[in-house]
Design a protein around this ligand. Structure first.
Ligand code: MSP
Length: 644
């Protein structure tokens, strides 16, 4: 059987319930699947839940529930979330299922046989709450870089020879430009690998939850190591037939699990097993709310059900409310950076695209067709500019999907709608009708054929609206992109249906009631303040002068993968360039920092934060909420100048 197009979301942790952020990645895959199917491809879309973490067992115990009953219940909420947005996955993989256990143990065995997994002693610090080992040099005030308590452990464990894949990974990335996307994040991966990969401890003590290490029941496989294997398990591997799906065409996820796990560990595991690598691994940004990632612990989540309910309340039918939510989410996809999720913005996009542009184009076209040509598709060739606009939009949509840019695909589709509205204004069918101009037939035919094309192009995003459009045009829904733009897609003589409004306009003044912004994020739990030593009462000028403080300029700024607080800066201080890791990511965006002058503690001993060397410190005042307010010279100062 021919290889099928295979695309995946991450499998979601079951220690919290789904929100719009989780739904976004599922929706991206759903829309891609629907589009690819219209290109005649067979597509398989995988999603699921990640259930074996020690934290999950603890969460169940805390809830007073049997762990299995607990994971069954929460896993179901992710399946329900998909249903609430008409997300049509094909496989829902659970890591507590038998096929996943079998594949995980088989891959473990295979890598051990090939010598890529070996037994050794792990001795060092362990962060229990994130289930990760922490280097001594990465400890901050005796805690993990995330602020969690650590404990000293010394135990026999199994290690994966990740270090052996440093160069093969770099070579592979260099040879396959479409492997890691987008480019900015690919560069982060390259610099992460170049810093050196260490072998990874991939087992933990068996506490009665997780997948046992084959032949060593005292251990379970580290949850990240086995979670990644779900992508392979879903193909049926190692049983025959897995090649029908593998390699995956696209693994989609958000940025926090890209660099270390999906773009480094997973491809190294596959290389070790001599299995083909996924064609594309791609990470989008986050939905953020204010400065914080949408997350349950911050109390700023918006559930997809809630979003749909708001459109229903605004007057959409249930199916079309789902489409409105799908459209609004996809329009907001944070591709390179993050998107601030506000209901006001969602409402504006909805009004502009669906209520105004699409609604107007459909309603006036059908109304004029009924009035001027008796509600029947005219037997006339469409005008060249309409034909060209359809052709271009189709090319652009296909190209956007080929580059995984769903945001560009929505632009191209809605661009065709905007073309139609302009075309109607310019060709003024009402005047042609009044003047008995024979061009009227061709103009109306053009309008209707453009609408038929729009139906096909928006279908993956808004399937119910596309069905309603087809019904209003008096034809069966399009199942393929092929006929778009051809006369046979809407044959002459077709009796049109009646126009019926689909997306009622949201009154943006009233939208405050129906689309109000969710409550401000709950105040973050105060972490104990870093124990700054009390300053001595007096210091001498000589003591003060031991500090080398200088003016620098930020020339690059990047958030640190996996940390909500840390920002990695490249700072030019006179002739020198320093890498400085600063805890300012919750107050400042990278673009706010580039080009800015800062005050640098230049002779601070370098330290490591989250594995990144920080060669200095930038100075900031304490914000009462626990954040940082950067200090800046009052006017441009010569770069590198001393501060006294
Ligand atoms: N279980 C791991 C993944 C293992 S994959 C082999 C995990 N789970 S998670 O529940 O934390 O889900 C993370 C994913 O959910 C993100 O990578 C992204 O796809 C989605 N999102 C969760 N919150 C999000 C936002 N606020 N914004 C955008 N996407 C978000 O990590």
């Amino acid at each position: 059987m021919a290889k099928r197009y295979y695309l995946t979301t991450p499998i979601y942790y079951v220690n919290s319930t789904p929100h719009a952020g989780h739904a976004l990645t599922m929706l991206i895959c759903d829309v891609t699947k629907r589009h690819r199917r219209m290109r005649g491809e067979e597509v398989v879309f995988l999603t699921g839940t990640d259930e074996n973490g020690q934290k999950i067992k603890e969460a169940a115990e805390k809830a007073g529930e049997d762990p299995m009953a607990f994971v069954d219940r929460i896993s179901q909420t992710f399946a329900d979330c998909a249903r609430s947005l008409n997300i049509d996955y094909d496989i829902f993989m659970r890591t507590t299922s038998e096929p996943h256990r079998r594949a995980s143990q088989a891959l473990f065995n295979l890598l051990r046989e090939k010598g890529h997994i070996y037994e050794g002693t792990y001795e060092g610090w362990y962060d229990v709450s994130s289930e990760t080992f922490v280097r001594e040099s990465d400890l901050v005030d005796g805690k993990s870089p995330d602020g969690n308590p650590v404990q000293w452990v010394s135990e026999q464990n199994w290690f994966f020879r990740l270090s052996a894949f440093e160069q093969p990974l770099l070579d592979y990335i260099a040879k396959h430009p479409d492997f890691l996307l987008p480019e900015g994040r690919r560069n982060e991966v390259i610099s992460f690998i170049r810093q050196g990969l260490r072998d990874m401890c991939i087992t933990r003590e068996n506490q009665g939850w997780g997948i046992e290490v084959p032949g060593d029941p005292s251990k379970v496989i580290y949850v990240w190591f086995e979670a990644l294997i779900n992508y392979l398990a879903a193909t049926g591997w190692p049983e025959p037939g897995w090649e029908e799906l593998w390699p995956a065409d696209v693994h989609w996820m958000a940025k926090e699990i890209f660099v270390r796990f999906h773009a480094t560990l997973w491809p190294a595991m596959l290389m070790a097993a001599a299995l083909p690598l996924p064609k594309t691994v791609i990470a989008h940004g986050w939905f953020v709310f204010g400065d914080a990632k949408m997350s349950k612990s911050l109390g700023n989540v918006v559930s997809p059900e809630e979003l749909v309910a708001r459109f229903t309340k605004a007057g959409c039918t249930p199916d079309l409310a789902v489409d409105a939510a799908r459209w609004a989410l996809i329009r907001a996809v944070p591709y390179e950076s993050d998107t601030n999720f506000t209901h006001a913005e969602i409402a504006r996009t909805y009004n502009a695209d669906l209520a105004n542009d699409l609604g107007n184009a459909l309603n006036r076209s059908l109304a004029m067709a009924h009035k001027f040509v008796s509600g029947v598709m005219p037997a006339a060739e469409i005008e060249p500019e309409a034909a060209a606009a359809i052709e271009q939009a189709k090319i652009d949509v296909i190209d956007a999907f080929d580059h995984h840019r769903l945001d560009h695909a929505t632009e191209a589709a809605i661009g065709l709608v905007r073309f139609l509205n302009k075309y109607i204004d310019q060709r003024a069918p009402w005047t042609l009708h009044k003047q008995g101009d024979p061009a009227l037939g061709a103009v109306i035919a053009s309008m209707l054929l453009v609408l038929r094309a729009v139906e096909g192009l928006v279908r993956p995003f808004t399937p119910a609206a596309a069905d309603a459009m087809a019904a209003q045009l008096g034809v069966v829904p399009l199942t393929s992109l092929e006929p778009i733009g051809t006369p046979s897609s809407l044959p002459a003589g077709t009796r049109l249906g009646q126009p019926a409004p689909m997306f009622p306009r949201l009154d943006l003044t009233k939208a405050d009631e129906t689309m109000e912004t969710p409550a401000e994020p709950a105040p973050k739990k105060e972490k104990p303040k870093r124990g700054l030593p009390e300053p001595a009462d007096e210091i001498t000028i000589e003591e003060f002068l031991r500090l080398n403080l200088r003016v620098g300029r930020v020339i690059e700024a990047q958030r640190v993968e996996g940390s909500e607080k840390l920002m990695k800066l490249q700072v030019r201080v006179g002739e020198e360039q320093r890498q400085i890791v600063a805890g300012i990511a919750q107050q400042y965006a990278p673009e706010d920092l580039i080009g800015r002058q800062v005050c640098v503690v230049f002779n601070l001993k370098p330290a490591k934060l989250m594995g990144l060397e920080s060669q200095g410190m930038i100075m900031a005042a304490d914000d009462p909420s626990g954040g940082a307010i950067l200090l800046e010279p009052d006017k441009e100062a010569p770069e590198g100048s001393r501060i006294h």
